[in-house]
Design a protein around this ligand. Sequence first.
Ligand SMILES: [Mg+2]
Length: 176
Amino acid sequence: MDGVIADFANRSLERMGIDPDICTDRSSHSIETWPGVECSKGAFWKAIEGWDALGFWSNLPKFEWSDALVRMCNRYGDVSLATSPSTHPDSWSGKMHWIGKHYPQFIRKTMMGPQKYLMANENTILIDDNDDNIAEFRKHGGIGITFPQPWNTSSVHRSGHVQYVEERLDVLLKIR
Ligand SMILES: [Mg+2]
């Protein structure tokens, strides 16, 4: 969900009072290491969740492509959301608020937890922005598509996010 249909990164920068435009190097998956952010993991999480964690998680912006991506995926099969909340209880409920607001059709089709690989099988495709999640999912017998973001191995494809995923789905499902 985060980094695919919910914009965790830019909302985090906003929370920290950092102008997103100065963060041009986003090649690391850990925002706290980005040039212009550089702080400890603890300081990062305190900045984004230290006050109104519920508001933070329930008000993540959608990406410009989120609706198109969801619509496109729906054409290929039965779609569920997978999302890994933080350790803060309000992250869990904030995410449910977010889903209810933007994609209520997934309210009862959401799997929450960091161990996305537990859903891995030969008929299940994980679309995720985290290379580690994809590697782990594949290792457990699932199919993975790394969603293009500057911090992952698909970053070169990020001019056409939806198109890239669609092409990968066609190849994986042998439609092309
Ligand atoms: Mg993610």
